[in-house]
Structures are given as C-alpha cells and as structure tokens.
Design a protein around this ligand. Structure first.
Ligand SMILES: Cc1ncc(COP(=O)(O)O)c(C=O)c1O
Length: 416
C-alpha cells in the first residue's frame, strides 16, 4: 500500500515537470482565443527546422532511406544495440574529430537524442544519486531524472561569459553521489559554442570531482560564430564522456528518430564487462528506430556533401543575424551575446520598460494572443523573465514576428 503511494507521488512529481511541448501547446491554444485576428501564426517556439522550407533536408538522405526500404532486407528486427553497419558508420563519423578511434561497440542506436538522454539517466540512476544540469537547459533531462528518482542539482550558465559553465558552482554542488555532469554544446537554449579551453576545464573539473560528463551534441557541427565545434569526446582520456547525438538537427530530419548514445573513454571504464552487460541489457528493453532507417545511416553519413552542411550553417548565421538586428530595436528585450551555434538564443525581458506585463509567461501569452507570435517563456527552460527564440525560421517570417513584437512593445510600453 505504502509503496503504491510512494510511486504515485513520484509520478506526480515527474508529470508536473514543465515540458517545452506542453507550454507551446498552451500558447497555441491562446492564439485561438484571438478571434478577430487574421494574422497568420508565426512560431519561433519549437526547434523543428522542417517547419520551414528554408531548411530543406538532403535528397541523398531521402534516397538512402528509400533504397534501404525498397531493398526489402530491413523489414525485420535490428539487434537491440543497433544495426552493426550503422554503429560502425557512427563510430567512424565521430572518430574523425577525436584523437583516438571509437569502436562500433562504443555506439548504441537510440530513438533520437531524446531516448539517448533517457538511457543515460536510467543507466546512472541509483538510490541517492544526483545529476548536475545546466540552467537554463533542456527540460527533458529534468523529466527523465524525475521519473528515475535522480535528484537534479542545477548549475548556472553565465550569460556574461558566452553562457559558459559556472565551474565554481559545479565544485560546490557535487558530492560523492553525483553521477554525472551534463553539458549541451552547441547549446540549446543559449546558442553557445564552447571553446576547446573551456571544455578542457569542464573535463578536468569533472575528473577532480570523480564524476563523468554527459555531452549532449545533438547540435554538433551547427556552429556559425567564432568558436569551432569541438566534441567533448576529445577529452575522453581526461574523464569518461557519454556523447549523445542524432541525425535530427544536422541532417534536418528530426522525425526519423535516429540518435546515438556513445561511450568515449579510451581508458576503458565503459568497457568493463559488468558495465557493458548493463548497457546491453538496458538496450534489450528498447525498440530502437526503424531498421530501414538504421540501414540508411552509413550512406547518409558518408554521402552527404559539404555543400548541404555549409548551406545550413549559412542559413542559420543569416537568420540569427536577422533576429539579433531586429531585437536591437525592441527596447524591452536585450541579449548578452549573439548566438554562435544551434538554433536558439536567450534574450532577457526588461520588465521595467513594460506597463502591464508581470513576467515572461504573461509576456508570451499576451504576445500569442495579441500578435499570434509564439515564443517560449524562459521559465520553461529554467530562466524566469527571459525568453527563448528559435531562429531556424524563414527570414520573412522572422522579420514579421519581430515587427509584431515591436508593435506589442509599443502598445505595452511603460508611460514616462
Ligand atoms: C539539447 C537537446 N537535446 C536533445 C534533443 C532531442 O533530440 P531528438 O529530436 O534527436 O530526440 C533536443 C531537441 O530539440 C535538444 O534541443
């Protein structure tokens, strides 16, 4: 009886955790209340670049999937850690940026990066465990931790320092029950891209604290500013790293649900028989992505040309520039630095410039209602009175959305 109540309480805690999708759907409903408004809805809320024609995927990838499907060789189950040829291709792809070679045994195929996050948290969970997560961050981590009863300890990202990890906070938060320090690079929601030097410092800090690093690199290589993308696995010989990624963002196919959970540890912590067995057993529980999508991975990874990747980067640089330029003209919004990567940025609301807006949630709901523009309140990613703007949108919609935000500001500006 008691254990049932305990379980229910945990469930309540988990399901009451905020999700981005949950807030965005409420915002969409509030647009619906605005009956007189004939304005088309512009959503800068969701990180799904397929919602615009400006970020097309590559026909190579589509053809690779179609060929795998039509070959009729991949209608059956794949081995639970993933199809061997897909694991090998991902190991090779990631090794190209590392000072050592990954083996296909280091790679496990997941349903998108989302499932890779869940796998990481599930595998590390044990009674009393805690995990260090960035604030602002990506709320799926909190949700997974709540379901697994892993305590979350937030460390701040520092807006004045390119959203770097507050390493002093990490030192203060960690204890002997800290099972991992998670970072997101390139960053969602902040658009940060960490330098080699900063990543090395993170690795050394984690080593000193006796914990591992989970590196969410779902936006890997989507860097368009001064800092090149450096994978955390480069520091795998300093500290064990679990790298999470997917085809979703770089190949612009989030619906294909093809991700990876990869162990980077040349010193062999993850290759201990008991650890390997635990990971394999856990994967026996998971279905994994469709076999024909897995079968297409080697061609998708090896045949996508640089022109496609460069185009996406150029588009993201262009749309993030538009976003920043237009925001400069809205006095109630400021941002600490231009994004350097990923598809989103954080901007701060200066509520003292506004008359009748109480906080970020109020701002976003009124904006949705009055202007049919959807933007994520910062509260959804852990930072009250900020907003997250996704700039993976077409330029004209972005400009239109910013213009409407300007009108919104003018209507709500505090009278002198
Ligand atoms: C930081 C971060 N991690 C993981 C994911 C999930 O990736 P996927 O769509 O491959 O499941 C996202 C998606 O937006 C993300 O922003």
């Amino acid at each position: 009886m008691e254990s049932g109540i305990v379980t229910m309480n945990h469930e309540c805690k988990a399901t009451s955790t905020i999700t981005i999708k949950g807030i965005l759907s409420l915002l969409m409903e509030s647009v619906g209340e605005n009956k007189d408004d004939s304005k088309r809805v512009i959503s800068l809320g969701m990180g799904d670049p397929t919602l615009t024609t400006c970020f097309p995927n590559t026909k190579f990838a589509e053809q690779a999937v179609a060929d795998a499907l039509h070959s009729a060789k991949f209608h059956g189950y794949a081995p639970t850690p993933g199809l061997p040829q897909a694991r090998t291709a991902i190991a090779k792809y990631l090794s190209d940026d590392l000072p050592y070679e990954l083996s296909s045994d280091d790679v496990f195929i997941t349903c998108g990066c989302t499932q890779a996050i869940d796998v990481s948290v599930a595998l590390l969970a044990r009674p009393g465990a805690n995990i260090l997560l960035p604030r602002p961050g990506f709320p799926i981590y909190e949700l997974c931790a709540a379901f697994r009863q892993v305590e979350v300890r937030h460390y701040d990202l520092l807006p004045g320092k390119g959203w770097e990890v507050d390493l002093d906070a990490i030192e203060a938060l960690a204890d002997q029950n800290t099972v991992a320090l998670a970072i997101i690079n390139p960053g969602n929601p902040c658009g940060n891209v960490y330098t080699y030097h900063h990543l090395e410092k993170i690795a050394k800090t984690a080593k000193r604290l006796g914990t591992i690093v989970i590196a969410d690199e779902v936006y890997g290589h989507l860097a368009f500013g001064d800092n090149p993308f450096v994978p955390m696995g480069v520091f795998g010989s300093i500290v064990p790293v679990i790298t999470l990624g997917s085809l979703s963002k770089r190949w612009i196919v989030p619906g294909w649900r093809l991700g990876w959970f990869v162990t980077n540890d040349p010193s062999g912590t993850f290759r201990k028989p008991k650890v390997v067995e635990r990971i394999k057993k856990y994967f026996d529980l998971l279905g994994g992505p469709a076999t024909f999508i897995q079968a297409a991975v080697p061609r998708i990874i090896t045949q996508t040309d640089e022109v496609f990747f460069r185009k996406t980067i150029d588009n993201l640089r262009h749309t993030s520039d538009i976003c920043c330029q237009e925001l400069e003209d809205i006095p109630c919004i400021s941002f600490p630095s231009k994004p350097q990567g990923s598809m989103a940025m954080m901007a701060e609301l200066k509520l003292s410039h506004l008359d009748d807006i109480s906080d970020d949630i109020d701002f976003c709901f009124k904006l949705a209602k009055e202007e049919s523009v959807i933007i994520l309140p910062g509260t959804a990613v852990g930072l009250k009175d900020w907003i997250r703007i996704t700039f993976a949108a077409d330029p004209s919609s972005l400009r239109d959305a910013m213009k409407r935000m300007k009108f919104f500001y003018q209507r709500h500006a505090r009278k002198q």
